[in-house]
Write a protein that binds this ligand. Structure first.
Ligand SMILES: *Cc1c(COP(=O)(O)O)cnc(C)c1O
Length: 399
């Protein structure tokens, strides 16, 4: 059996949509992208959506939109992908790493609070020296597809006038129950929420991303900066509705999404619930099949969350398993099972370690969890026999 870590779910409708875009004569950002944006905004319940060529671009433009300046501070998880923190460095600003909760691996609001208090008081904060810059934003990331404690984080942010930018690369569609018991979609409430349509994300455009917000001001700024800081985009310039005239009002970037990608994205968006249902069923099967394997901690969907199940990360208790995580990954690979690790915490990566002089144990939860983590394959199309094979293989390796 050969079970890759990921296989995209691309059907005839996606192929049809892309070829029809190719035949239309309009390839770059145009009406198809505008349609994708309005459909995506409606799907998450946000007023505005800006389609971009990656989630990294969305995070970058979000920080630009809130006016991040050199020397400012932004709170980011250490247990996240490189993109979440690198965008802060684009501004020569400082990512302040925050440890994760042991149960969800999302940013820990208690650590957010204690870090902010330490910064206020000019006390020591891992890797940083006072005098500290101004704290401007918090970027929670929804690990594996389970939404972080967004309400606690939003309360902390409001009290200090900080922006909340969600890294929702793993979480579409996903929802949480708010304090009043109402279900709210990820993307409906943060200042700006950034989604990824990278090949292995919940829905894909090959490469792509979306920034959503309820603020017209943020949306306008992100749209402007996504295309060279030009006051009108190509579609508006070259169609009868537009004119040839534009003004360059800022040194922008080249982050726009093509209509080819949007054509793919619109079909994937229409299938998002179906794809989520398939992932949820796989998660349910894994939870049943892997139960009882000693020394294995399984992910748990909280009752007040609709988990997007982008990843299925398990934790090996290396004391119970006779071999380490890396050896287990190697043996799974030999038996045809592809896995991945999300992630080595960023404070342990050479760039940040050298820049800030971090010690691994300065973020004890992330540091102790990462040697245990293995992400198992989870995507629509995985069959019950394939899942049984993964479970049997793990059971055999454990013994
Ligand atoms: C994939 C990912 C990103 C980056 O997405 P791109 O669309 O590839 O730029 C950002 N954050 C997290 C947590 C991710 O997993």
């Amino acid at each position: 059996m050969k079970i890759p870590f990921f296989r995209p779910s691309i059907g005839e409708r996606e192929i049809e949509a892309v070829t029809s875009c190719l035949r239309s004569g309009w390839l770059t950002t145009g009406q198809v992208t505008r349609d994708f944006e309005s459909e995506f905004a409606a799907a998450v319940g946000a007023k505005h959506a800006v389609a971009l060529n990656s989630c990294t671009a969305a995070l970058h433009l979000a920080l630009d939109a809130i006016g991040l300046q050199r020397g400012d501070l932004v709170l980011v998880p250490t247990m996240t992908f490189a993109a979440t923190a690198e965008v802060v460095r684009y501004f020569d600003a400082t990512p302040v790493f925050i440890d994760c909760r042991p149960d969800t691996l999302c940013i820990d609001p208690a650590v957010v609070e204690s870090t902010l208090e330490a910064l206020d008081a000019g006390r020591a904060v891992a890797g940083l020296q006072p005098p500290y810059g101004k704290v401007r934003a918090i970027i929670p990331m929804h690990y594996a597809g389970q939404i972080a404690e967004v309400e606690a984080i939003s309360r902390i942010a409001k009290a200090r006038d900080l922006a909340v930018i969600e890294d929702a690369a793993h979480s579409f569609p996903a929802a949480y129950r708010d304090d009043s018991g109402e279900w709210r979609s990820v993307g409906a409430s943060a200042d700006i929420t950034c989604f990824s349509f990278y090949a292995n994300k919940c829905i894909t455009t090959g490469e792509g991303g979306m920034a959503v917000t309820n603020s017209a001001e943020y949306a306008d700024r992100m749209r402007l900066m996504s295309l060279h800081g030009m006051s009108r985009d190509a579609w508006q310039r070259y169609t009868a509705a537009g004119s040839w005239y534009y003004e360059v009002v800022a040194p922008g970037f080249k982050y726009n999404m093509t209509d080819i990608a949007s054509a793919l994205g619109r079909v994937q968006l229409a299938r998002a619930d179906e794809l989520l249902r398939a992932r949820s069923e796989i998660a349910r099967d894994y939870l049943e099949l892997l139960a009882g394997i000693p020394g294995l901690q399984l992910p748990r969907a909280r009752a007040d969350r609709r988990h997007a199940w982008h990843l299925f990360p398990i934790q090996l208790d290396v004391k119970v398993w006779r071999q380490g995580r890396d050896a287990v990954i190697e043996q799974l690979k030999e038996r045809g099972i592809g896995t991945s690790v999300h992630w080595q915490p960023l404070h342990m990566q050479p760039y940040y370690r050298e820049l800030f002089g971090y010690q691994p144990e300065q973020f004890p939860v992330a540091c102790s969890l990462w040697p245990k983590l293995i992400s198992l394959p989870i995507y629509p199309g995985l069959t019950r026999p394939e899942l049984e094979f993964v479970a049997e293989t793990l059971r055999a390796l454990c013994g």
